[in-house]
Design a binder for this molecule. Structure first.
Ligand code: SF4
Length: 379
């Protein structure tokens, strides 16, 4: 709780369904699924944003966190290439554009940035049929040795489960070995939307919701904090979204291991789902992006942080989101591949100066953080 927050929540909703929700927010009463659906259905964006902003400032004050980070994607080869129909990144092993870095090449990626001290490597990739756990242990160890003090946020729950399958071992064993190699935290990808129906349509062979949650439960039990996500803006309903949030909130009640929630906007270019839906360019709208962030803040009352992924939401919408319940602007990123393959028109990275300007122009305080949200420096 941010100290001495005594501000009153003053809103004049044009949608009467928001009044009881605002009362719950102020009283600290948890929202239920019907409240979440009502928020998504409502067109009173400014009242929703004001509630989320108030709820966020009660927790985080005017601080906006960001991290000097770099993404590394060691391979785009993925055994689910033909069944995750929303994905534009994956390739079959012999398909044009397929790549797999050697451990040395992946470690060398970490040397790209020379002028800003990197605090976090974010490492995710495809489910390669042949890369063993050893590859990732060596990669993490190598990066740690070359960049002492840099934290490693690596491998989604889906990648962990794939490694457990390849090694014929348990999630706990995979995670313990990666932790021993230097894994600090885990990203939240692969959650998509937990609804069975939606998963059957967009990612029929991907790890089931219960297993995705189980990997995170095991990680939390081993002291590995993780992030979580939801991929929205395709075939899911508002109720699917809220039920997804409810499952994340339930696990957070149980373990307290999630660091942040990141709603991810679906991008339709160069993937089968985009063709099926007849969409190109931007699939989600600015209003939907802001609503997803704000509802995340209001519904996930047991989460400290809500992050806008500026690569998908654009730096401009992300800046506005800083007044819609968001307290984390991601980071420098440096070289983003996954969403650019899907048609993201944003830059591949932002400089420190650009991030600080975005935050300060929004009237907020930029706070550089590490992967665990420890405050490193206020700018
Ligand atoms: S979303 Fe992930 S698991 Fe699915 S095809 Fe793409 S890289 Fe593979």
């Amino acid at each position: 709780m941010y100290p001495a927050f005594t501000e009153e929540l003053v809103i004049r909703p044009t949608d009467p369904r928001l009044e009881p929700i605002a009362e719950k927010v102020v009283a600290g009463v948890r929202l239920d699924v019907e409240d979440g659906v009502a928020l998504f259905e409502s067109h009173d964006l400014l009242a929703i944003g004001a509630m989320a902003d108030w709820a966020n400032r009660r927790k985080n004050g005017d601080r906006i966190f960001f991290v000097a980070n770099q993404h590394i994607n060691p391979t785009n080869v993925c055994i689910l290439r033909n069944t995750c129909v929303f994905c534009s990144f994956a390739r079959m092993p012999k398909e044009e554009g397929a790549y797999t870095m050697s451990v040395e090449e992946a470690i060398a990626e970490g040397d790209i940035i020379k002028d800003t001290p990197i605090r976090e490597f974010h490492i995710v990739g495809g489910l390669h049929p042949k890369l063993r756990l050893e590859y990732y242990e060596e990669l993490i160890r190598g990066l740690k040795a070359r960049h002492p003090g840099v934290e490693i946020k690596a491998l989604t729950a889906v990648e962990i489960a794939n490694l457990a399958r390849i090694e014929k071992t348990t999630y706990a064993d995979v995670l313990s070995r990666l932790k021993a190699a230097g894994l600090d935290t885990m990203p939240g990808g692969g959650a998509e939307v937990f609804s069975r129906g939606v998963r059957a349509t967009i990612a029929e062979r991907k790890l089931a919701a219960e297993e995705w949650l189980e990997v995170h439960r095991v990680a939390h039990g081993l002291g590995i904090r993780t992030n979580c996500t939801m991929l929205y803006g395709h075939v899911e309903t508002y109720r699917d979204r809220v039920e997804h949030l409810a499952m994340l909130r339930e696990l957070q009640d149980e373990t307290g291991g999630f660091l942040t929630y990141i709603p991810l906007a679906y991008h339709p270019d160069n993937n089968e789902l985009g063709e099926r839906l007849g969409r190109t360019g931007t699939a989600t709208t600015g209003v939907d992006d802001l609503k997803n962030l704000a509802v995340g803040r209001l519904f996930l009352d047991n989460f400290d942080h809500i992050k806008t992924h500026w690569i998908m939401n654009t730096p401009k919408v992300s800046q506005v989101a800083l007044h819609f319940g968001v307290d984390d602007l991601e980071g420098t990123v440096v070289r983003e591949k996954i969403y650019h393959e899907a048609g993201a028109h944003t830059p591949q990275g932002l400089t420190f100066q650009e991030i600080i300007r975005i935050i300060k122009d929004a009237g907020k305080r930029p706070v550089e953080r590490d992967a665990h949200y420890r405050e490193l420096r206020e700018w």
